[in-house]
Design a protein around this ligand. Structure first.
Ligand code: SF4
Ligand code: SF4
Length: 419
């Protein structure tokens, strides 16, 4: 080992050298927008990686500025030189996670987060106590005395709805056009089961046999986005196994962060040929619906919505047109754009829990731009963004309803109103 990084996948020098320091990425980087510090910009972080490759040790500064990156990938979209910052930050985070000496409190906080969030069963066990807590008047009192991390979790928690677990097979309505597997996810299945139910109904209405493999668990997105590569590899391997048994044409994902990391399984498991084959089958819900084309009748939804690009859908997967095309095709639905769409809402997986104060500032900024549209409903395709923007709007004293794209499509297909 020479410099900050060991030999286990250090950030690649040729990717670092692609950066020509032009600064086109700066204004889309949420941490640079917040703090105006070069080291908290994509260019600054790449420079720190270069210093590490050139022999500088792993400094507290490197750890801090890498930890403060949201991984939103707005810089990847903005970069005219095609710098693959996604690969650089993933490799650097894994190095930081292995080598950084964190305080006892920080280690305990991270251990608690990663003992809970990637485990849908553990999250589902929380539902009962959380619903009971939400029904009591205690919430307002307790929230005032919680430390920042717990206060953030408390503020983010959505109002939980009771939805039966989906069956393993849901047959296509009418002629079958594809057989798809659906990832139910961790946070999505625990806190937004109605989104999974809507996703399945929409796919079936559009002619898909839908399989929900019961043995699926976490896809590994949270782990890989936080440098916990070995853990992510194990989750990815199990996900591949679960869907291989189902023999599906496509694996459909309705959570942007999960979809983006599943499309990169080939990078995560380079020695496993099944990983690349699996990744080629992964589709965001909006992608597959647009590719199939609509067969189910859309009923009017006379309301005004604002559509928010989740970073891991727009920047990491390049999916912007498909959700808009699906929403624009709903009769009477007025779809409004949000100002500064490239700036992250501050959710970023568990970044908002690890960095509650800057996350709240980004959330407030996003909520204000959403409210400025005059929409009565915020629509997006990631559970983290739904919770983050709803919490920020509540905090501003102007709560707004939020819904996943699948929920809006489902309501239109079924001819029901959204409330
Ligand atoms: S991923 Fe997002 S937060 Fe990180 S450097 Fe790029 S734009 Fe900034
Ligand atoms: S836009 Fe690309 S090349 Fe320019 S500074 Fe940012 S990362 Fe480097």
């Amino acid at each position: 080992m020479d410099g900050a990084f060991d030999d286990d996948r250090p950030p690649r020098r040729e990717l670092v050298d692609d950066c020509v320091h032009c600064g086109f990425c700066l204004t889309t980087c949420p941490t640079y927008v917040l703090w105006g510090e070069e080291a908290d910009s994509p260019r600054g972080r790449i420079h720190l990686m270069k210093q590490g490759l050139d022999g500088e040790p792993m400094t507290d500064s490197l750890v801090k500025h890498v930890d403060q990156c949201l991984g939103c990938m707005a810089c990847v979209t903005a970069c005219p030189s095609g710098v693959r910052y996604n690969l650089l930050i993933e490799d650097t985070r894994a190095q930081v996670e292995r080598q950084a000496t964190r305080s006892l409190a920080e280690r305990a906080r991270r251990a608690a987060i990663f003992a809970l969030f990637p485990y849908p069963r553990r999250l589902r066990l929380l539902r009962g106590p959380l619903r009971a807590y939400q029904k009591t008047g205690l919430r307002k009192v307790v929230a005032r005395v919680l430390p920042p991390t717990l206060a953030t979790l408390d503020a983010l928690a959505p109002t939980l709805r009771s939805v039966p677990r989906p069956p393993r097979l849901i047959p296509a309505r009418g002629r079958r056009r594809a057989t798809v597997g659906v990832l139910t996810g961790c946070v999505q299945s625990a806190f937004f089961p109605e989104v999974n139910a809507a996703t399945i109904r929409v796919l079936a209405a559009e002619g898909c046999d839908v399989i929900v493999p019961p043995s699926q668990g976490c896809c590994g997105a949270l782990s890989v986005h936080n440098g916990r590569r070995a853990e992510a590899q194990e989750f990815a391997r199990r996900t591949i196994d679960a869907f291989a048994r189902a023999a599906v044409d496509y694996v459909v994902v309705n959570a942007a962060g999960c979809g983006s990391s599943m499309k990169e399984y080939g990078e995560l498991l380079p020695w496993d040929p099944r990983a690349t084959l699996f990744a080629e089958k992964v589709r965001d819900l909006s992608e597959i619906l647009v590719a199939l084309g609509p067969v189910a009748k859309r009923h009017p939804l006379p309301m005004t919505i604002a559509y928010h690009d989740a970073c891991h859908l727009a920047h990491a997967q390049g999916i912007r047109a498909q959700p808009r095309a699906l929403l624009d095709a709903i009769p009477s639905l007025d779809v409004r754009e949000i100002a500064d769409p490239d700036i992250c809402c501050g959710s970023a997986g568990v970044w908002n829990i690890l960095n509650p104060e800057p996350a709240a500032a980004l959330g407030e900024r996003k909520a204000r731009t959403v409210l400025d549209t005059g929409a009565s409903l915020l629509v997006t395709a990631n559970p983290g963004c739904l919770m983050q923007i709803a919490a920020a709007a509540r905090k501003l004293g102007t709560p707004i309803d939020v819904a996943h794209t699948a929920t809006v499509l489902d309501a239109s297909i079924r001819g029901i109103t959204l409330s």
